[in-house]
Ligand binder design. Structure first.
Ligand SMILES: [Zn+2]
Length: 279
C-alpha cells in the first residue's frame, strides 16, 4: 500500500527545499523532496554502474588468490623461523655440553697419564700403594670410556640436529623464493586493479560533477548503506532488489511528473525511469 509523505498526492507533491530528511517512517513508494530532470536522473544510473564497478574491483582486490596464498606461505615461514630458533638454541646447548664433556675426558686422560708415569717410573714400591694406584688407573679408564661414550652420543645428537637445521634452512630459502614470486604476482594484480579503480573513480568524479548537489547527496546517502544509490526500473521491476512493483505503485509512478525522484519501496534505492521501464 502506498503512502505519501505529509499527505501529499501525486498531483500535489510534498514541498521541496531544505535539508534531505532521513528515511521517512512510512512504508511504500516514496517521492523524495528532490526533483531532477529525467536526463539528470539517468546520470545516476551511470554513477550506480561506476559504483558497482568500484565495489567489484575492491572485492576482487581483497579476494585475490595470491593474498590468501601469501598469508599461508608467510604463516609457514614464521613456523620455520620458530623451528630454526629452537633447533639453533638446542645446537648451542649441545655444543656447550660437548665441550664440557670433552674437557672432562681430557682431565681423566691427563690423570691416567700422570698415574701411569708414576707407575712406570717405579716410584711406587709398597704393594698396597701399588694396588691402589693400579685400581685407580683401571677406574679412570672406565670413567674415560663412559665419558667418551657420552661425547659420541652428544655428537650424534648434534648431527641429527644439524641435518634438521639444514633441512629447515633449505625449506626457508625455497619458501623465500616462492614468497617473492607470489608477492610479485599479487602486486601486478594490485596494479592492474588499482589502475582500473583510478580510471573508474576519475570517471565517477566527472559524472558526479554533473549531478545537482541535493540529488547527489541523496544518492550518496543511500549508497552508504546499499552500495549503489540508484537502480533502473525495467519492465516493472526494480533492478536493485529485483522485485516487481505492484500495479498500484506502477500507476503512481506513471502519474508522477518526469522530474519527480521516486524510491523503491523494497530496497529504498532511487528508481530511474527509462523507456524500458514498462510504464
Ligand atoms: Zn528495489
Amino acid at each position: 500500500m502506498l503512502c505519501w509523505p505529509g499527505g501529499a498526492t501525486p498531483r500535489n507533491p510534498p514541498s521541496l527545499g531544505g535539508p534531505i530528511p532521513p528515511d521517512p517512517p512510512w512504508e511504500g513508494l516514496t517521492l523524495t523532496p528532490v526533483k531532477a530532470s529525467p536526463q539528470t536522473q539517468l546520470r545516476l544510473l551511470e554513477l550506480a554502474d561506476l559504483d558497482t564497478k568500484l565495489a567489484r574491483l575492491d572485492h576482487r582486490r581483497r579476494g585475490l588468490p595470491q593474498v590468501e596464498e601469501l598469508a599461508r606461505l608467510e604463516a609457514r615461514e614464521s613456523e620455520l623461523k620458530d623451528d630454526l630458533v629452537v633447533t639453533e638454541t638446542e645446537l648451542g646447548d649441545l655444543a656447550r655440553e660437548q665441550s664440557r664433556a670433552e674437557r672432562d675426558v681430557e682431565q681423566v686422560r691427563a690423570r691416567i697419564e700422570k698415574d701411569q708415569a708414576r707407575l712406570d717410573a717405579g716410584q711406587v714400591i709398597a704393594a698396597r700403594e701399588l694396588d691402589g694406584l693400579q685400581s685407580e688407573i683401571q677406574n679412570l679408564h672406565r670413567r674415560q670410556g663412559d665419558l667418551e661414550e657420552g661425547v659420541l652420543e652428544l655428537m650424534e645428537r648434534r648431527e641429527t640436529l644439524e641435518s634438521r637445521q639444514a633441512e629447515l634452512t633449505g625449506e626457508r630459502e625455497s619458501l623465500g623464493g616462492e614468497i617473492a614470486d607470489v608477492t610479485a604476482r599479487r602486486d601486478a594484480a594490485f596494479k592492474e586493479i588499482d589502475e582500473q579503480a583510478a580510471a573508474a573513480s576519475e570517471q565517477r568524479g566527472h559524472v558526479a560533477a554533473e549531478v545537482p548537489a541535493d540529488m547527489l547527496a541523496l544518492y550518496d546517502q543511500i549508497r552508504r548503506t546499499k552500495g549503489v544509490g540508484a537502480a533502473m526500473l525495467r519492465a516493472g521491476r526494480c533492478e536493485g532488489c529485483h522485485l516487481s512493483l505492484n500495479a498500484a505503485d506502477l500507476n503512481l509512478i506513471r502519474a508522477s511528473a518526469p522530474d519527480e525522484v521516486v524510491r523503491c519501496e523494497e530496497c529504498r534505492r532511487i528508481l530511474i525511469r527509462t523507456p524500458e521501464s514498462g510504464l
